[in-house]
Design a protein around this ligand. Structure first.
Ligand code: HEM
Length: 148
């Protein structure tokens, strides 16, 4: 049997290893694909800014002072960071406990989701990542909406 020249054999070997490594490389977390912490914080600020200035939703946030709003904002950042595979830990209350008694309706929810899509689009988040974010958020809907 004729032996392959050393260089060719080496090249084939390296290509095999590279192929195997590529096949093993996991897809980066949604957190990383969204751009990491600063990007998530900016998305959260824009999203909350839209919620509190929407005259149809602002009543929910009326009784909160600046410090309370900053606390809610930080908890939303932490929650998004944790839910998308980032290094944060969410230490806020459950979504059910937090939103219980606010009387958030299905229409309020739809409005909030439209704001979120507007925010994600503004930050040029690709369609695939937008779908993943919305799927994660939609899982919370039953705990947040009280009046379908
Ligand atoms: C899009 C999905 C939503 C997420 C991920 C979310 C997340 C959160 C988080 C993490 C907090 C703070 C939790 C804590 O204090 O321990 C919070 C508070 C709050 N959220 Fe949401 N929320 C969502 C939708 C909404 C909607 C649609 C409304 C109303 C239109 C709303 C109104 C509020 C209010 C008023 C508070 C403050 C409650 C309080 O201080 O007692 N949220 N939310």
């Amino acid at each position: 049997m004729r032996r392959l020249p050393t260089v060719t054999a080496l090249t084939l070997g390296l290509m095999t290893i590279a192929g195997a490594l590529a096949a093993q490389t996991p897809t980066p977390t949604l957190y990383k694909r969204l751009g990491g912490y600063d990007a998530l914080a900016a998305v959260t600020d824009d999203f909350i800014g839209r919620l509190v200035t929407d005259s149809a939703l602002s009543r929910f946030f009326g009784g909160h002072g600046n410090d309370s709003k900053a606390r809610i904002r930080q908890l939303v950042v932490d929650q998004l960071c944790a839910a998308t595979g980032g290094p944060c830990v969410y230490i806020g209350r459950s979504m059910k406990a937090t939103h219980s008694g606010l009387g958030i309706t299905g229409a309020d929810w739809d409005r909030a989701v439209r704001h979120l899509v507007a925010t994600l689009t503004k930050f040029t988040v690709p369609a695939a990542e937008q779908t993943e974010v919305l799927a994660a958020i939609s899982a919370l809907k039953p705990d947040i909406v009280e009046k379908p």
